[in-house]
Ligand binder design. Structure first.
Ligand SMILES: [Fe+2]
Length: 380
């Protein structure tokens, strides 16, 4: 039996300025502009009613519910964090970003054939352009959206957390309501892609993102980037967009901030009681440090509740670590098998097609597969 010293380890990580020569730095293309916020996500759903029920139970606030369109916000100042339109498929359509005031949207028309958006399509008004990412996904870049008045939420209980060295809570109890974990805002989006290098370069250039953490395969090539917004001296979430090299172009999950760990826990109870599919949690991430809880919506899309994430200013240096599952979380249950590619006929056919179309090499497939197979927590 292995001794705890051999299995209880944290993955190694290195700052960019001290990277050994065999690890490739993630290229930083010169940005066309700067994203200031992940504004909302757009969905197409065959049936809106099950999505509305899930969004409510997940803690979003429904602001529009018609036969053709469903719109939700959080308790924060964003007028919208999610739109679902009734259509012929259940699919993630794409993200919308609020761009900084000093971004010139015309630059995207010239460089990337972006087209103007009709203001009637933008919740909260303003103006914007639409463009396609390398996977053909629609991306909206917006300016001039009106902010909304915040909605009421309870105060975080964390300010009164007792510890062995600090006891601010005396003659008081912790009694939070069993209610949906009120979503405050949309925090981040994770996308899988077959061509990691092109997808990462495209989003870094379009949104002016800063890589917070980059993960590399055994050959030293980057395969995952946790990217944050460039807000200068204003602290930004460790990641707002994550790009992961994989075997398909896929929405992986999106994440929504709640007030504290008790909101995560009470939200878990509500969703569990309603019979939704629980995916993973509670636990704490390693890269980004968030306390997390993952759920599946009625159409199989993953959504995450989180709280207590890392915040970095623009000058914080990029860190590199090996691509593996163990770096995803610090403690909590093992990553569920459903979060990794399932080895079945569909996956096999997909891989064969990718190889045939020369979109991926056998060598890269082997490297990704080896990284995903390595047991992250051998004792679980
Ligand atoms: Fe996440």
């Amino acid at each position: 039996m292995a001794t705890p010293a051999t299995v209880l380890h944290q993955p190694e990580s290195q700052s960019e300025s001290r990277l050994p020569a065999h690890i490739e730095r993630l290229p930083r293309p010169s940005p066309l502009g700067r994203a200031a916020e992940l504004a909302f996500l757009r969905w197409e759903k065959r049936q809106l009613a099950p999505t509305e029920r899930f969004w409510r139970d997940f803690g979003m606030h429904i602001v529009e519910s018609g036969p053709k369109r469903l719109l939700a916000r959080g308790t924060g100042t964003a007028p919208c964090i999610a739109i679902a339109e009734q259509g012929g498929a259940n699919r993630f359509v794409g993200p919308a970003f609020r761009m900084s005031d000093d971004t010139d949207l015309q630059a995207y028309t010239k460089a990337l054939q972006a087209t103007p958006l009709s203001p009637a399509r933008i919740p909260g008004g303003g103006h914007g352009v639409e463009l396609s990412d390398p996977a053909g996904r629609s991306v909206w870049l917006l300016q001039g959206q009106a902010r909304a008045e915040p909605l009421p939420n309870r105060a975080p209980v964390t300010a009164l957390t007792n510890s062995a060295v600090h006891s601010p809570r005396v003659n008081r109890t912790v009694r939070t309501l069993i209610e949906p974990a009120k979503v405050i805002r949309l925090g981040h989006l994770v996308l899988q892609t077959v061509d990691f290098a092109s997808m990462a370069a495209w989003y870094l250039r379009v949104l002016g993102l800063i890589p917070s953490d980059v993960q590399y395969l055994a050959d030293g090539s980057p395969n995952l980037a946790f990217c944050r917004l460039n807000l200068d001296d204003t602290p930004a979430d460790h990641h707002t967009l994550v790009i992961v090299g994989a075997i398909e172009e896929k929405y992986e999950h999106s994440a929504y901030e709640v007030i504290d760990q008790d909101a995560l826990g009470q939200g878990y109870q509500v969703l569990r009681a309603q019979g939704y599919h629980h995916v993973w949690g509670l636990g704490r991430h390693l890269l980004g440090s968030q306390l997390f809880d993952y759920w599946r919506d009625p159409d199989g899309f993953e959504l995450e509740h989180y709280t207590d994430g890392d915040l970095f200013t623009a000058d914080f240096e990029t860190t590199y670590s090996p691509f593996d599952m163990s770096s995803l979380w610090a403690w909590g249950d093992d990553v569920p098998a459903s979060m990794k590619p399932q080895m079945n006929l569909r996956t096999l056919l997909r891989i064969m097609r990718l190889l045939q179309e020369k979109r991926i090499t056998v060598q890269r497939l082997k490297l990704i597969s080896a990284a995903l197979k390595a047991p992250a927590r051998p004792w679980l």
